[in-house]
Design a protein around this ligand. Structure first.
Ligand code: ZN
Ligand code: ZN
Length: 621
């Protein structure tokens, strides 16, 4: 497998390494889908962390899928999607029983430190039952990577240890990812002020957007005077050190109000001065802590409900193959405006037989703007406020919008609308037609999935579609829209009509007509890759628009018709196989639930046939 290895001498390299195997019955092997780089990894690269020796695979953050589980792992099984904690915990030693997982006698921070870590295709996680968390369905994995380390660290070592309280005053020294995570999570406790202190004006701007009430640039301003000025001369009740150098630790001591707490979060590599002559009579406390990740389950719920949005910190995305470039970018974070970088594992590998013309497919990826993805991500560090109203009964429209929001990395809250019941007056005020999906985007209401999807792609040019004023973009858009309407008219309409006939036999001509539509109408449009294939795991708008119905077609079309397409429509067949293997498209589709619903609908139609109801026009939107 490919893995990022610490080579000593300020160097890391992406190289081949043996794939890990279960070595203890409590181990699990996780296939990594997303990981990230931590400031601590840069400390290791510099040689600051003595426990981590050259040859080690780095990384202690990530999400993935259980690939193999040891015999005594009981909470997880192969195929489960999991969040990996940066702290491994046996859950039974003296420290674990006191909630200090970070000091577990056979765990603690070992991943990417004393054992191989997550910046690889696979990782071995010891004590899997108590070191992994199940990922809720529909959760945004990139957001969850932020829960492996930085959010629990900002919350536990900074906010909780710093005793942030309602009405209290907070100073956060350092607006890197951890400092920002502290600023975000401090708001859960309603302090009256959160003052962010840093020397980088760009990071201070982000701190303000993420909830700081004031910012101080300590390179240009007298930080102590500014903070005293903001707090009636008292200083702050909670002072959080999120840098890890002597100068910032000493600054924190000067920012403390009487009775305050200095909560150290930073990783220190050298001794610092403690000005006890100024502090001995001030009733202050100083705390240190290695994150225990005891707040991870709580944070998972807050992320799921949209109350905490960790994806706001993601500025760059790379593939595992670009890991060295990712280190360069993150290592010079100020120059690149980087906060957190997310490393995406390839969901699958497109081989030459998969796509008819791989070189042209790659060209498309660039034409569609994939190259500008990183810059797009930076420009929109502060995400729009988005609420989606969706329904499981209209999977086509709701799936499309969810997939696009995921692809664009846009955080959103979701409200399930039960289409089986009369709509509430609240929802009818949002969408008078009462249909789903409806999207609320910074206060604007948008209806109907296809126009919503186009709107999102236009508002966030990048991976799905090139900016609408780019050369050739209008023609590209027409071709995508034409494919989509061809698919709907010649394939999806007859298929869903066939399903709603009074008997299976009566449905056959409709299914045959749909298959003919694929061969005669859809297949010719796929003659060359443009603009339908993304050429990598990145999706195109054409793929997002068609995939939800394509996935359903697989579920309720007899196998023999689908297999026949391999011969009669080979390009369509290979394209559809790629889409069906892409987790980004399939993850919202619960086949069992969907088929139960479709069968119930069919039964209702067929029962009603006796009373003259000859079926309905369409299965879904
Ligand atoms: Zn870390
Ligand atoms: Zn333990």
């Amino acid at each position: 497998m490919k893995a990022l290895v610490y080579k000593g001498d300020n160097t890391v390299a992406l190289q081949e390494a043996p794939t890990p195997t279960v070595s203890s019955p409590t181990d699990a092997i996780i296939k990594i889908t997303k990981t990230t780089i931590c400031g601590t990894d840069l400390h290791i690269r510099k040689g600051d962390v003595a426990t981590c020796t050259p040859g080690r695979i780095l990384g202690h953050e990530g999400v993935g899928v259980v690939h193999a589980a040891g015999a005594s792992v009981s909470r997880f099984k192969e195929g489960d999607r999991v969040l990996i904690s940066c702290i491994s915990s046996c859950a039974s030693c003296e420290y674990c029983r006191r909630g200090m997982y970070s000091h577990c006698t056979s765990g603690g921070w070992i991943l990417g430190n004393t054992i191989d870590g997550t910046q690889a295709e696979y990782v071995r996680v010891p004590h899997a039952d108590s070191s992994l968390y199940p990922i809720p369905q529909g959760a945004d994995e990139a957001s969850l990577v932020m829960l492996s380390d930085i959010f629990p660290t900002g919350l536990e070592c900074g906010v909780i240890n710093g005793k942030v309280q309602p009405g209290g005053t907070v100073a956060v020294v350092g607006s890197g990812p951890i400092g920002l995570a502290a600023i975000i999570t401090a708001q859960m406790y309603s302090p009256s002020q959160i003052i962010a202190i840093d020397t980088d004006p760009k990071r201070l701007e982000v701190a303000l957007k993420l909830g700081a009430s004031a910012v101080v640039n300590s390179a240009k301003q007298d930080a102590v005077a500014e903070v005293k000025g903001l707090t009636e001369g008292k200083g702050c009740d909670s002072v959080i050190e999120a840098v890890g150098i002597p100068a910032t630790f000493e600054l924190c001591q000067e920012l403390l109000a009487p009775g305050g707490v200095l909560a150290n979060v930073g990783v220190h590599g050298t001794k610092v001065d403690l000005h006890l002559q100024n502090l001995w009579d001030k009733n202050i406390a100083i705390t240190t802590r290695l994150v225990d990740t005891v707040t991870t389950p709580m944070l998972l719920k807050l992320v799921q409900s949209g109350k905490v949005k960790p994806s706001q910190l993601i500025t760059h995305r790379f593939k595992l193959s670009e890991m060295e470039k990712a280190y360069e970018t993150f290592g010079e974070a100020a120059k690149h405006g980087a906060l957190k970088v997310v490393i995406d594992q390839k969901a699958y590998v497109r081989t030459e037989s998969d796509v008819n013309d791989p070189s042209s497919a790659l060209e498309v990826a660039h034409a569609l703007g994939s190259a500008s993805y990183a810059s797009y991500q930076m420009a929109s560090t502060v995400a729009p406020t988005i609420k989606l109203y969706s329904s499981i009964i209209c999977p086509v429209g709701s799936h499309r919008v969810k997939i696009v929001l995921d692809q664009l990395g846009l955080p959103y809250t979701n409200e399930d609308i039960d289409l089986g019941k009369p709509r509430s007056s609240d929802y009818l005020r949002v969408n008078p037609r009462g249909q789903t999906p409806t999207l609320e985007y910074n206060g604007s209401i948008l209806c109907e999935s296809a126009p919503i999807v186009w709107f999102l792609a236009d508002s966030h040019p990048g991976p799905l579609a090139a900016p609408s004023n780019a050369s050739g973009a209008a023609l590209l858009r027409h071709r995508i829209a034409f494919l989509e309407s061809t698919w709907s008219l010649y394939v999806w309409e007859p298929l869903s009509k066939g399903w709603m006939q009074v008997s299976d036999e009566a449905g056959v001509p409709f299914v045959e007509s749909a298959m003919e539509g694929i061969v005669k109408e859809v297949q010719p449009l796929l003659a060359d890759a443009r603009p339908y294939f993304a050429g990598s795991e990145t999706l195109t708008l054409a793929e997002v628009l068609i995939a939800p119905t394509l996935i359903q077609m697989q579920s309720f079309t007899p196998r023999k018709y689908l297999d026949e397409l391999q011969r009669t429509a080979p390009k369509f067949y290979s394209w559809s196989q790629l889409l069906l293997r892409n987790e980004a498209l399939t993850k919202y589709f619960d086949e069992e639930q969907y088929m139960a619903m479709a069968r119930a609908l069919q039964d209702k139609i067929r029962g009603g046939a006796k009373t003259g109801n000859r079926g309905i026009d369409r299965l879904t939107e």
